[in-house]
Ligand binder design. Structure first.
Ligand SMILES: [Zn+2]
Length: 404
């Protein structure tokens, strides 16, 4: 009786009686069977008085260890003939999922441990295989993912991440309000995004805006599924392409020059990419020198710096005027890369200005970059892509110890 009560409280086992305890090979085995008056029919749910026992079976289930000592539950089960529905069925088991050979309480314990320790440590600690721990944790994450509601999603950020050196990309979508990654898919074309957007549509999500870079694939995907949703091109990516334009301009100029002037321009890369307010007095002096030898490059630098104020403008109307003037100035520089840049910004005018309606960016997604890198370093992520993705879906709750 005392053991029955232990099994009830420690292993979460109700409706069972303890038959005997066995110690074998350093492990503890609890033999149990279901209490007669607790029995039900697996088919129709009829109570015990409708059931006739017909033959038995024995099944082992892994239970929580005590210290380093493994514990097993040995179920002495029965086939039950039901007078109510006329079927003979195996008795239902409620302490384990499906055909699993472990207690639900064991699984819950594994999941709790996986939140604070790497999988391989949990496996060592519980003296079970690494793959068993991963399987349990994976199933837990996958169940939670399936229960996730998409109906209230409003603001999204989408971006690509390289998952391997070379050309292996992954499209990642973030819910900007909850900080959860909602979608992960190999590739960076429209097809990596469209099925997810269609799912959002089916779930009747009222999407307000999507932050993204200026690559056409994601724009096309959003346009196709949500034609009326605002696309927001955020500062992060625009600054990147402006920096690229100034760097290419500098390189072109260095190529055309020789001697001291060439050296001055060649050595100015870092200088030109820096923000004006973060330049040291000596860098500032070099910038002035650069201005004297090469005025167009200096003008381009100032224009680059000027664009940064765009996102702090108070409203869309002022932003529109600013953008038009900026594009005009960029074109009048007569520099190839800046004319091209002006065209690009002109083409994406709408997406640049919609920032002032929503004030969202892919910044929070960029912020996850480091966490994703940590996950990437764990090589098994790629051997098991499904698990790697699951971990990404819950990366917002990851603590440093969670990595594993
Ligand atoms: Zn029945």
């Amino acid at each position: 009786m005392a053991t029955t009560s232990y099994l009830y409280h420690a292993l979460g086992l109700v409706r069972y009686q303890h038959l005997r305890t066995e110690f074998r090979g350093g492990a503890i085995y609890y033999h149990v069977s279901q209490k007669r008056e607790e029995r039900t029919c697996a088919g129709c749910g009829a109570r015990w008085h409708e059931l006739v026992m017909q033959g038995g079976f024995e099944r082992y289930f892994r239970a929580l260890p005590v210290g380093r000592r493994a514990q097993w539950l040995v179920l002495h089960g029965h086939f039950q003939y039901c007078r109510h529905c006329g079927r003979t069925l195996r008795e239902p088991i409620d302490f384990a999922k499906g055909k699993r050979r472990r207690l639900k309480s064991f699984e819950r314990y594994v999941v709790d441990l996986c939140r604070i320790a790497p999988i391989k440590h949990v496996a060592l600690f519980l003296a079970v295989g690494w793959d068993l721990i991963k399987e349990i944790f994976k199933e837990h994450l996958s169940n939670r993912l399936q229960r996730r509601k998409l109906r209230k999603v409003r603001y999204l950020a989408v971006d690509e991440f390289s998952i391997r050196k070379g050309h292996n990309y992954m499209t990642v979508v973030l819910d900007l309000e909850t900080g959860q990654i909602l979608h992960v898919h190999e590739g960076k074309d429209a097809n990596a995004l469209i099925p997810f957007l269609e799912k959002l549509k089916r779930k009747k999500a009222k999407i307000a805006a999507v932050a993204m870079d200026m690559s056409p694939a994601y724009m096309q995907a959003v346009r196709q599924v949500f034609p009326d949703v605002d696309i927001v091109h955020d500062p992060y990516h625009v600054v990147t392409i402006v920096n690229r334009a100034i760097d290419e301009t500098r390189r072109d100029m260095a190529r055309q020059l020789s001697g001291q002037d060439k050296q001055l321009i060649k050595g100015s890369r870092f200088l030109l990419l820096r923000a004006l307010e973060s330049l040291t007095p000596s860098s500032l002096a070099r910038l002035m020198m650069l201005m004297e030898v090469n005025e167009p490059l200096y003008a381009a630098y100032l224009l680059k710096e000027d664009l940064r104020t765009f996102w702090s403008l108070p409203n869309e109307e002022l932003a529109a005027a600013f953008l038009d003037s900026w594009i005009h100035q960029a074109r009048s520089l007569g520099l190839q890369h800046f004319s091209k840049l002006a065209d690009t910004l002109d083409r994406h005018r709408q997406g640049l200005l919609s920032y002032f309606r929503h004030r969202i960016s892919t910044g929070p997604l960029e912020g996850l970059n480091n966490k994703i890198k940590v996950l990437k370093r764990q090589a098994y992520g790629f051997r098991d892509m499904l698990y790697f993705k699951l971990r990404l879906y819950f990366i917002h709750e990851a603590t440093p110890a969670f990595a594993g």
